[in-house]
Design a protein around this ligand. Structure first.
Ligand code: NI
Length: 148
């Protein structure tokens, strides 16, 4: 673990009380752990919104109807164009019509966005969700900016 730093924060009493209640309900053992997680999430969101070259990791899930003509091969072709940021993928035949595909992604924000948009906007793709869970190579929350 990295070096720990202690710091004091002043905050509205009611706000702290509500935060502690929710944190303990969710299973956090202490306030430091809960605040640490909040800060990591804020860093991921910040990089996602404002730094297109930050390295992030996450998952993209999509549901589509495999009867839609040409869709299977189109989605496959798009994924091959982005093979360098797709770490892994799982395909589940949900029922007679629907396929669920989950892609594990790692790469620059701008590329992940582009891949996600080009898959989710295809006709026959019914629903989808992109979830970014980590920033930086090791998920530490520290963005390693790569400008090229
Ligand atoms: Ni399928």
């Amino acid at each position: 673990m990295d070096k720990l730093v202690r710091f004091g924060v002043s905050m509205d009493q009611e706000l702290v009380k509500a935060f502690d209640e929710i944190s303990s309900k969710r299973g956090y053992k202490n306030r430091s752990q809960a605040i640490g997680d909040l800060i990591r999430r804020a860093l991921v969101e910040y990089n996602w919104e404002f730094c297109t070259t930050a390295q992030v990791a996450g998952t993209l899930s999509l549901i589509y109807d495999h009867h839609t003509i040409g869709l299977d091969s189109l989605l496959n072709q798009i994924q091959h164009d982005y093979h360098h940021i797709i770490v892994s993928s799982v395909h589940v035949h949900l029922d007679h019509d629907n396929c669920l595909e989950v892609l594990v992604l790692r790469g620059k924000v701008e590329e992940i966005r582009r891949l996600s948009d080009s898959l989710l906007t295809q006709k026959g793709v019914k629903n989808g969700n992109l979830s970014i869970v980590a920033v930086g190579e090791n998920g530490s929350g520290q963005a390693e900016h790569q400008h090229d």
